[in-house]
Write a protein that binds this ligand. Structure first.
Ligand code: PHB
Length: 386
């Protein structure tokens, strides 16, 4: 009897640390992404990338299991405050990951700033998020809208084009992408002679394409993405413009869209922080793992989702899984070199990636890297005080 009791006590002592480890609460990740609408495929790729990194870590980040709470934000800014507040207040998430649309992301940044919740933005480029709204608990694994626009403006000016027309959706992402393009293009001696736009997510491009034909510029610069980008590229070619006026874009124009665009996208030049032919061992391993897991080729959105999870991992490793230590998480991320499939990057003072912008040319079903449009490009972080 005595021996039996001793054995039990010994067993209990042995099991105690295991039991404690097993009951360490999960990290609740609030995934706020579009599952419907023109950006639906982008949301899926981001989630796939995020989950791939977590799976590679054995389903855990910094030793803590992950639990997902998901919201379809529909890329609708009018619903954004309610959606994000539900995640923060009702679901008590530890970290917010989202989203694609800049207008929705600005509502998320406001809620994150007000509540102190950690936010990692895996796409939306709203300049304000790492500008006036910047905060010690807000990070971006993607880009600012200014970045690809500025890089493409430099390229188009260097090509010797003098007069450009821009065309985009009238909302933060379109406006800011065009502003970045214009800043570099005009610095390089060009002039934007007309800025065309239509409301998001409209795709009735016909009247605007007629205006482009009439204006006869040397070049067109555009920001469209997802389903809208597919239709724009097809309509531009169908209008006969592809032959006469070269079309340039922020790389979203041709990322994750090439199957649907077919030959109409062939030869298009765009600037982005990812390409399909980087040929680095890091990217090759990522692409293989992604293709195995999802039977799909990854795109820039998948990379940004993957890196959002990596960034969460870096932050939490520094606090041994304690999400409440926001200052230590921020300190670790500010010092980090993030080993991204796009190439390693660091975060600037306003927590936006400092990264190479590749010049890519569509060839077959790939965005082939044909050069560096802008090396280690840092967003100016205008208006960020922290
Ligand atoms: C944005 O709204 O910031 C946005 C959306 C889709 C993209 C890029 C940026 O592909």
């Amino acid at each position: 009897m005595k021996m039996y009791r001793t054995t039990l006590v010994a067993l209990a002592a042995l099991c105690a640390p295991v039991a404690m480890a097993q009951t360490a609460p999960k990290i609740k990740v609030g995934l706020m992404l579009p599952a419907t609408g023109t950006f639906a495929a982008l949301g899926t790729a981001i989630e796939n990338g995020f989950r791939l990194y977590v799976a590679e870590q054995g389903g855990k980040i910094a030793g803590r299991e992950i639990e997902y709470v998901k919201v379809d934000d529909e890329s609708d800014p009018a619903k954004a405050a309610d959606n994000v507040n539900k995640l923060i207040k009702r679901d008590n998430v530890d970290v917010l990951v989202g989203t694609v649309h800049s207008g929705v992301a600005m509502a998320m940044a406001k809620a994150a700033k007000d509540s102190g919740t950690l936010l990692i933005v895996p796409n939306a480029g709203a300049d304000a998020v790492t500008g006036p709204m910047c905060s010690p608990n807000i990070f971006r694994s993607s880009f600012s809208n200014w970045q690809p626009g500025y890089a493409m403006g430099e390229v188009v000016a260097k090509k010797g084009h003098k007069k450009a027309v821009t065309i985009t959706w009238k909302y933060a992402a379109g406006d800011e992408s065009v502003r970045g393009f214009k800043e570099a293009f005009e610095k390089g001696g060009g002039q934007v002679v007309k800025e065309l736009s239509l409301p998001f997510p409209n795709v009735e491009f016909q009247a605007l394409l007629t205006e482009i034909a009439a204006a006869k510029p040397d070049a067109v610069y555009t920001f469209f993405a997802g389903g809208g980008a597919v239709k724009f590229v097809k309509d531009y070619a169908a209008a006969g413009l592809k032959k006469s006026i070269p079309l340039y874009g922020a790389g979203f124009l041709t990322d994750g869209t090439l199957e649907a665009q077919g030959a109409d996208a062939d030869g298009l030049l765009t600037a982005l922080h990812y390409a399909d032919s980087l040929n680095s061992p890091r990217d090759a391993a990522f692409r293989l793992a992604y293709a195995k897991a999802y039977k799909l080729q990854p795109d820039v959105y998948a990379v940004q989702g993957y890196d959002a999870a990596q960034m969460l991992g870096i932050g939490l490793a520094a606090t041994k899984g304690d999400i409440s230590k926001k200052n230590e998480i921020a300190e670790a991320l500010r010092k980090a070199k993030i080993d991204s499939p796009r190439g390693a990057f660091t975060l600037g003072k306003s927590h936006n990636p400092v990264q190479d912008m590749y010049l890519r040319e569509v060839s077959g079903k790939e965005n082939k890297m044909v050069g560096i449009a802008s090396k280690a490009l840092a967003d100016p972080g205008r208006g960020c005080k922290m």
